[in-house]
Design a protein around this ligand. Structure first.
Ligand code: SAM
Length: 404
């Protein structure tokens, strides 16, 4: 009897232990799920949003743009003319080419008969992208490219990565890695000798560096309302530009709210770059940190077109009559691109009394059609769309000229 009792109490104890273990285990799993696994991470929300909006906007083209957006992006190496390390020969032996001088040379050749490119007009479904309902006063002007801006890329389909840049004996780095399509707004801005220039949203400074390569700017004003990003901008400048180019008579760096610029300085600059905050489509699909699609930033995301409009209007006011303004984003969104420009042109005329002309950038897309995939027949501005063989962009750019 005693033996039976002992056995059954041991059995009961084991059962209780098992139960405790099971409970603990279940709790542990529950905790882990609750703390670390978000059901809809921001990158997933971004993809859902893009599938709904870009699916309709880009039609048959969306699946291939989607694959490209979800794949590793391609970089370009913006050559730093201030660096004394002769890196050009090294790039060329690696099979890279400067897409800017290549495009300019091709454009100088007599025109051959052209077939339509794969992935262009026929595949765009959305009427708003194709119809000729553009602002009437678009003007086509010959494109003058600065010979000093050089950006190396690996050939189409080649996804080799660049090595990190090396410093020269003065500590300046030989090149800056960036989306090669980001150089296009700087080329389109057409900086000329002695120009004054405002970069309204400048940090971390990739486009500023490209503009500085021209060595034609008399006075450069760099602004970004984020103090931490302005510090990054200063660090980038310190790593790429000699100190003698960063003196107060040549350069001013500020951290103002750019939307208020018109209240500070009007009718001043020959050129204004308005590279606005946007949904940064690639980043939003790939990174959950600092993602504009996170639930807590929904309000901020919805307000983006309004912020972009205010920044563009401030940039328009800051330009001098006859001056030129370049609006750019890194999103495919029509609401953040064409709609913002259309509204800005309207408001500038109606409320600020400023007449604007849209500058036709088709010569630019013609010149670089072998390096980038451009959205065909956008009724306003130009857009680089990602493609697996040339995985740059998205970059939207639109140029305005102040007539009054
Ligand atoms: C697309 S990024 C600019 C990238 C930069 N042009 C480059 O090439 O490296 C947009 C920038 O706008 C800044 N920004 C956001 N709101 C702003 C505002 N109200 N005024 C000025 N800058 C603003 C952000 O801090 C961010 O650095």
């Amino acid at each position: 009897m005693a033996l039976i009792l002992e056995k059954s109490s041991r059995f009961l104890l084991k059962k209780i232990k098992d139960l405790r273990f099971l409970t603990q285990k279940r709790n542990r799993v529950k905790e882990k799920w609750a703390v670390t696994r978000v059901k809809y991470p921001p990158s997933k929300l971004a993809l859902q949003h893009f599938d709904a909006t870009y699916g309709a906007q880009l039609g048959q083209l969306w699946p291939s743009v989607r694959v490209a957006l979800l794949s590793e992006r391609k970089y370009g190496a913006l050559l730093n003319n201030f660096c004394h390390d002769a890196a050009v020969a090294e790039y060329q032996t690696q099979g890279c080419k400067d897409f800017i001088s290549d495009g300019a040379q091709e454009a100088a050749q007599p025109p051959a008969e052209q077939k339509p490119e794969v992935g262009t007009t026929e595949e765009f479904s959305d009427d708003s992208l194709q119809e000729g309902a553009c602002l009437d006063n678009q003007q086509q002007v010959p494109l003058k490219l600065s010979p000093n801006i050089k950006c190396f890329v690996f050939p189409r389909g080649d996804v080799t990565r660049f090595k990190p840049a090396r410093p020269d004996r003065f500590g300046l780095l030989g090149y800056y890695l960036m989306d090669a399509a980001s150089v296009l707004p700087c080329l389109a801005l057409d900086v000329q000798e002695g120009h004054t220039l405002l970069d309204l949203c400048a940090a971390p400074g990739g486009k500023t560096l490209a503009l500085l390569q021209t060595q034609m700017i008399r006075f450069l004003c760099l602004n970004d309302d984020s103090v931490s990003r302005t510090l990054r901008l200063k660090k980038v400048l310190g790593s790429y530009v000699p100190r003698e180019f960063l003196t107060d008579d040549r350069l001013r760096i500020t951290s103002f709210d750019g939307t208020k610029w018109g209240e500070i300085e009007r009718n001043t600059f020959d050129r204004v770059l308005v590279d606005v905050p946007c949904t940064t489509d690639r980043h939003s699909l790939m990174e959950d940190d600092n993602n504009i699609f996170s639930k807590s930033r929904t309000g901020e995301r919805r307000m983006l077109p309004q912020l972009q409009l205010e920044l563009l209007l401030a940039g328009i006011e800051a330009a001098c009559p006859g001056g030129e303004i370049l609006y750019s984003t890194c999103t495919l969104s029509l609401h953040q691109n064409l709609s913002v420009v259309e509204q800005a042109v309207h408001v500038a005329q109606e409320k600020l009394g400023i007449q604007l002309q849209v500058v036709n950038l088709r010569p630019l897309t013609q010149m670089f059609r072998n390096t980038f995939h451009f959205a065909p027949n956008l009724r306003l501005g130009e857009m680089v769309i990602p493609h697996l063989a040339a995985n740059f962009g998205p970059i939207y750019l639109c140029k305005l000229r102040r007539l009054t």
